[in-house]
Design a binder for this molecule. Structure first.
Ligand SMILES: C[S@@+](CC[C@H](N)C(=O)[O-])C[C@H]1O[C@@H](n2cnc3c(N)ncnc32)[C@H](O)[C@@H]1O
Length: 317
């Protein structure tokens, strides 16, 4: 971990620790037909997001983060590294399988349509994806009337190399940040944080940080990764600090290991997490019992990294 990441993750006292006796999980059932926001605040809902979202009232969320299935379309066989022949751990989960682009697009469209309904008019949404799907998602968002404010490029400091050497190593993911429609002008943008996190003097829309590894990664009892695509705490910290305020309601309707809610809670926001997989929900519950402490203080930028990444004209390089 470099100096900058160390500073961002510096631990400070956070008073927002949950009351241990309150149940954290709601199991969605057919008999439940309505979820008032006050009853689902700071809860993990185990269930199909389409059924659950349909029971939530209109315009209640200030911030939505989604990291939907990628539809990576990996071959149905073991991938091995070219030189050492060890197995590559790709994303080969059932939740990432769709029969066609059409089926995938329908999933994304349905999800975004429901999200739009539950977002406040001042709310914003972040969507993260790789090149496999981000372009489709962007088009669908625009077709549904979302108004894109920015894309932010996450540059990974520790990407998985392209083992076969047949393409560039894919070291980026794209985040789209948007409001519900063009007329939504009163959204939250905390520009000082944006400047702190973005590269260069201007705080550009490029975030440089590592993939989630080591201690942060949630493991099964056998010591394996619980989830193949757990996102880094630092990434969600940047999303939440730049685009929400304390006390805001934050939704992640395809929550996985619940990184969004875990970070939201540490930063004194309310969260609603929805996830269909019982094993991930159990993992989330365990995770949420270990309070996270985060430093949200604005800090001076790391000079070394910034001078390294500063924009220069080609003649100066
Ligand atoms: C890319 S992962 C999210 C990972 C997450 N951001 C994290 O940090 O752990 C997408 C998740 O969507 C969930 N999912 C897919 N379809 C769903 C549905 N219909 N309802 C609820 N969750 C769903 C999958 O189980 C998977 O955990």
């Amino acid at each position: 971990m470099n100096k900058m990441e160390n500073l961002f993750n510096e631990l400070v006292e956070n008073p927002n620790v949950s009351k241990p006796d309150e149940p954290l999980i709601i199991e969605d059932r057919a008999e439940i037909n309505h979820y008032p926001i006050k009853e689902i605040k700071n809860k993990i809902i185990l269930g199909d997001t389409f059924k659950v979202l349909g029971k939530i009232e209109d315009e209640v969320f200030d911030l939505v983060f989604i990291d939907p299935p990628y539809f990576l379309q990996l071959p149905n066989k073991e991938l091995r590294r070219w030189s050492v022949k060890t197995v590559v751990e790709g994303v080969n989960d059932e939740w990432d399988k769709f029969s066609s682009f059409q089926e995938y697009d329908e999933f994304i469209t349905k999800l975004l349509r429901e999200i739009k309904r539950v977002m406040k008019s001042s709310g914003t949404i972040w969507v993260i994806a790789t090149y496999h799907s981000i372009f489709r998602i962007g088009k669908i968002m625009q077709d549904l009337g979302f108004w894109i404010l920015n894309d932010v490029i996450w540059v990974k400091t520790n990407p998985m190399p392209n083992w076969l050497g047949v393409r560039f190593t894919n070291a980026t993911e794209t985040l789209i940040w948007a409001v519900k429609d063009k007329n939504c002008k009163k959204y939250t943008f905390n520009k000082d944080y944006a400047k702190q996190f973005g590269i260069g003097k201007v705080g550009a829309n490029v975030w440089v940080l590592p993939l989630c590894l080591g201690e942060e990664r949630i493991k099964t009892e056998e010591g394996k990764k619980l989830h193949s695509t757990q996102k880094p705490i630092e990434l969600l910290k940047r999303v939440i600090l730049t685009s929400s305020n304390e006390g805001d309601n934050v939704l992640d309707p395809v929550a996985g290991t619940g990184t969004t809610g875990y970070v939201a809670k540490a930063l004194n926001r309310n969260f609603v997490m929805i996830e269909i997989n019982k094993i991930y929900v159990k993992g989330m519950e365990k995770r949420f019992k270990q309070p996270l402490r985060l430093n949200d203080k604005l800090i001076e930028k790391d000079k070394h990294l910034n001078s390294y990444l500063n924009f220069k004209s080609p003649n100066e390089l």
